[in-house]
Design a protein around this ligand. Structure first.
Ligand SMILES: [Zn+2]
Length: 499
């Protein structure tokens, strides 16, 4: 029976009727159809398993690994087959976008959100960074970079998305991780400089700062003083002033980080075989980034020949995971205007991290960056998955929610949130129909947001996953629901961002 369906789909593909093909129990992805020389290829899904279906003859057909079945080949979505697609269909491979194109990071912790993301961005003036994962996320989800890339590349193929997508080695700090990500084909590096930013210098007294600064080599001090002290730089109508009092502290905080950025650029980015979007992240710091410090870092990088695609300062207020901006919006706007002007002055994009659900500041970001930005989202895509689960499999949602409540404290070790779980409405008084509303309430959102790793890794006494398998099965059975949720939710992000 199953065999027949594949056979019939293969025949339809061969006769260029794949788009109209319909069969009980076999889902086809009409946009996936791709031809190369004498081979036709498309994606289908039987049960919960997706396959590539290949007909014809030639190198592409031979190189795909799969099961030969009387005139067609049925191929699993393996890593090797992904590499074959990358070789024959360049649109399935991540690419860099440079400084002129607005981009949105769409971290997909489960590896199933990208088709919905592609449908969301298609036709808009923004390009998706479909694969975007930090080492922390890899550890918490038990995935590796190849799996992350495979999922994104197959999604581009499934949707026949030819406008290009990126892959971001997010918040990488260690050279071995950077080398690995770039070797695997990541097209973007977000360099996390936090280990080289000396936050302790911010807390020094005036005298202590002076003493520590005095211990720096005279040549370093002379250089910075000659270049910045007492000077004011006009950046897009904003005056960036460096006084003699604050400069030493700024040098103490950022000097090692600048050397690190320079080292990574010269070692891995400058001469990379493929173009790489190079993002500098200085957002994981104790205090908001002083616009003058942002200017100094950029100026140092550009005077030493480094080209940056985007830079992520830390903004005032709080960018907590999965909820709207917390803080003084007018102050945010004033400071954002200066940060955006600095980015514009040097030519790179301003990057906004933890950009999930920051609806109240999106229009401000759109305006001051003139639409040239990178905005990262990740957790919100997981939350939409959970909203979908709440809607279509309430029993599973209830079990996961209860488990998350029990393990909330553990999760706060990984993420800083202000959620008060005492304020989360008890499950016992919440009807099934109301379960999706949890994902519209900040305390519950953050509860589910930060426990994703714990939920995915939870095991019963015999070592079987408590939720993971059922979660994937549910979302596979309801892939249209999940896509719809993403199109609505990320679509709202993009509309407010002016895209
Ligand atoms: Zn960040």
């Amino acid at each position: 029976m199953e065999m027949d369906q594949f056979q019939r789909a293969a025949d339809a593909l061969r006769q260029d009727k794949f788009g109209e093909f319909a069969a009980e129990g076999l889902r086809v992805y009409p946009k996936s159809q791709a031809d190369y020389a004498h081979v036709k290829l498309a994606m289908v899904k039987s049960g919960r398993e997706k396959y590539l279906l290949a007909v014809g003859e030639g190198d592409l057909y031979r190189e795909l690994e799969g099961e030969e079945r009387g005139g067609f080949k049925l191929c699993r979505l393996t890593h090797e087959n992904r590499l074959v697609l990358n070789r024959y269909f360049p649109y399935t491979k991540p690419r860099a976008f440079g400084t002129k194109t607005a981009t949105i990071g769409l971290g997909d912790r489960l590896g199933i959100a990208s088709p919905g993301h592609i449908k969301t961005v298609a036709g808009r003036e923004v390009r998706p960074i479909l694969a975007q994962q930090s080492i922390r996320e890899l550890n918490l989800t038990g995935r590796d970079y190849n799996e992350v890339l495979d999922a994104a590349c197959f999604a581009a193929f499934q949707e026949g998305y030819r406008d290009g997508f990126g892959a971001d080695g997010d918040h990488l700090k260690r050279e071995e991780d950077i080398r690995m990500a770039l070797d695997l084909g990541f097209s973007m590096l977000t360099l996390d400089c936090s280990d080289h930013i000396d936050n302790s210098a911010a807390a020094l007294t005036e005298a202590e700062a002076k003493a520590r600064y005095g211990a720096l080599p005279a040549s370093v001090r002379t250089y910075f003083e000659r270049t910045y002290a007492g000077k004011t730089f006009n950046v897009g109508g904003h005056a960036i002033a460096f006084d003699r009092e604050s400069l030493p502290r700024m040098v103490l905080i950022y000097q090692k980080a600048i050397d690190f950025m320079l080292h990574i650029y010269n070692s891995y980015i400058k001469d990379a075989a493929n173009e790489i979007d190079f993002e500098i992240s200085i957002d994981e710091t104790a205090t908001p980034t002083d616009p003058a410090a942002h200017y100094l870092i950029a100026s140092e990088l550009y005077s030493r020949g480094v080209k940056v695609t985007s830079m992520a300062p830390r903004f005032c207020g709080e960018f907590q995971k999965g909820i709207d901006y917390i803080g003084d919006i007018r102050q945010f706007e004033r400071e954002l205007a200066v940060h955006a002007a600095i980015a514009d002055h040097f030519g790179y994009k301003l990057s906004i991290h933890s950009g999930s659900d920051k609806f109240s500041v999106f229009p401000i970001i759109a305006e001051h960056t003139k639409g040239r930005f990178h905005v990262k989202t990740a957790g919100t895509n997981w939350l939409e998955a959970m909203r979908t689960v709440a809607r279509v499999n309430p029993a599973l949602y209830r079990r996961m929610h209860a488990y998350a409540l029990e393990h909330f404290e553990e999760a706060t070790a990984y993420y800083h949130v202000s959620a008060d779980i005492g304020k989360v409405r008890p499950l016992s008084v919440t009807s099934d129909a109301e379960l999706p509303d949890y994902m519209s309430e900040n305390n519950a959102r953050q509860l589910i947001h930060i426990t994703y790793g714990i939920l995915l890794q939870a095991k019963d006494e015999s070592g079987r996953p408590l939720f993971k398998d059922e979660l994937y099965a549910t979302l596979s059975d309801h892939e249209d629901d999940y896509e719809g949720a993403l199109i609505r939710h990320i679509g709202r992000h993009l509309e407010l961002l002016g895209k």
